[in-house]
Design a binder for this molecule. Structure first.
Ligand code: C2O
Ligand code: CU
Ligand code: CU
Length: 475
């Protein structure tokens, strides 16, 4: 991969060791990390929380003085953070102010299929889509992004994404938004020296950029003012995998996976996160110190290179935070129930699940409401991951081995390394709709766009046999 700019000795050493790209050691951390606005809902007399979200085009200066065209939600790049509570009734008004159709999918939200924002809920230019649902899931970090058939990579890359945080009573964890509870949206770009952002999605994995932006900020620093800070990290990249370490190898506490809290914090010095996944960590700081959050090069094609992501600078005086609790108010772990139905999926090439590519008119799987199943994902080639809409799952094993402790919480997206089989205990929801499907797919967006995706419906138990396996695309 072609590198641009000055190579420091440290970066060169990293390069020589890893035999690949990266920016480590060459960053100056000159830009204050942007924190997405926390969007206040309008709350009517009915108690419903209403959020207005507009998909729109704008301009962003990733490089100072070099504005480039981007897309955003209520702004020019990315979108606001939404905070909701379990039990809330929410109503979204999604305005499409772009010149082409798109969708907005609530990744990780457990809701009726017609509200999901997948490829069947297209929003025409100029139109407004109004999904509503009751939030009924544990504390956690979900997100939103477009999901138009065959165009998700481009729409996400241009900047349509944002975070949703679910609250449900006290957790004992830092929760002051933008102060000690910081959203961290990791994305990579391919930016030329003239500031142009490449939209070249070719190759096996599509976009693997050489410049990293965090919350849309290139070369960022973050100032913190308390002794413990929670980072809610979302991999909003098209393909890149990040192996998160601090430059001084410090340990941190992992407190949540995609779908919510771990039963107890797990102390580690490295976690990995692939596109679509979230992980929450709590990091401790000493007054006046600074440390760089970095992605270490790995062996998975999609984690080539050592990248400096963010410099965190602790103020000279820090507010002292409460200790991370020994136990967290987590949901009960998702168990593989005896006699659970096992469904097998084989990932092959860049576009196939069980030998087939996505067909919008085909229902691939029919699931009884509330089912507990085991999904076995065999990947016969190179790196993929698997995201399942609407569910929560637990990773049972990876090639027969228990996953690392930091990965044992509730999840909706899992990395499946090449030539590896991953088994999941999956908990399905109870919103039934025999004609509107949810998706499961590789969240490497080029693979998703090329067809590595399937569709399932959730139906009342006992009706599986009478459900139509084709859907009409009319209307
Ligand atoms: Cu985050 Cu089907 O997507
Ligand atoms: Cu999703
Ligand atoms: Cu893939």
């Amino acid at each position: 991969m072609k590198r641009r700019g000055f190579l420091t000795l440290a970066a060169f050493a990293g390069l020589a060791l890893a035999g690949c790209g990266g920016n480590a050691g060459s960053m100056t951390f000159g830009n204050r990390l942007r924190i997405p606005e926390l969007l206040d809902p309008a709350v009517g007399p009915d108690g419903v929380k209403r959020f207005d979200l507009a998909l729109q085009a704008g301009q962003t200066e990733f490089m100072a003085g070099k504005p480039v065209p981007t897309w955003g939600v209520n702004g020019s790049y990315l979108g606001p953070t939404l905070r909701v509570r379990r039990g809330d009734q929410v109503a979204m008004a999604v305005f499409n102010r772009l010149s082409e159709a798109s969708t907005l999918h609530w990744h990780g939200m457990r809701l009726p299929a017609a509200m999901d924002g997948g490829p069947h809920q297209m929003i025409a230019p100029g139109a407004i889509w109004r999904p509503q649902w009751k939030v009924d899931q544990p504390v956690g970090t979900t997100w939103y992004h477009p999901h138009p058939h065959e165009k998700t990579a481009l729409h996400v890359y241009r900047g349509l994404a944002g975070m949703i945080q679910i609250e449900d009573g006290p957790t004992g964890l830092p929760d002051r938004y933008g102060v000690d509870d910081i959203p961290i949206i990791l994305q990579d770009k391919l930016i030329d020296s003239d500031g142009t952002v490449s939209e070249h999605f070719g190759g096996t994995f599509g976009m693997l950029g050489e410049q990293i932006v965090v919350n849309g900020t290139y070369d960022p620093f973050l100032e913190v003012t308390s002794t413990r800070v929670r980072l809610r990290i979302l991999n909003g990249s098209n393909a890149r995998k990040y192996n998160l370490v601090f430059a001084d190898q410090r340990k941190y506490s992992v407190v949540a996976n995609d779908g919510g809290l771990l039963p107890q914090p797990v102390l580690t010095d490295q976690v990995s996160i692939t596109p679509g996944e979230r992980i929450e960590i709590v990091v401790e700081f000493q007054p006046g110190e600074s440390v760089v959050l970095r992605s270490a090069s790995g062996s998975d094609d999609i984690d080539d290179g050592d990248f400096d992501l963010l410099k965190i600078v602790a103020a000279a005086r820090l507010d002292s935070s409460a200790a991370v609790p020994d136990r967290l108010p987590a949901r009960p772990p998702i168990e593989a129930v005896a006699g659970a139905r096992v469904r097998k999926f084989t990932l092959s090439g860049a576009s196939k699940i069980n030998g087939r590519e996505m067909d919008m008119t085909r229902i691939d799987e029919v699931i009884p409401a509330g089912a507990r199943e085991v999904w076995e994902i065999e990947n016969i080639v190179y790196a993929h991951n698997l995201h399942i809409h609407e569910v929560a799952f637990r990773v049972l094993d990876i090639d027969g081995q228990a996953p690392p402790a930091w990965m044992q919480g509730p999840k909706d997206t899992v990395f499946v390394p090449g030539k590896t089989t991953v088994r999941l205990a999956v908990e399905f929801g109870t919103h039934t709709d025999p004609v509107t499907p949810y998706m499961y797919h590789c969240h490497i967006l080029r693979h998703e766009d090329k067809g590595m995706m399937g569709q399932f419906v959730i139906v009342p138990p006992g009706t599986e046999g009478s459900v139509s396996r084709t859907i009409s695309m009319a209307g």
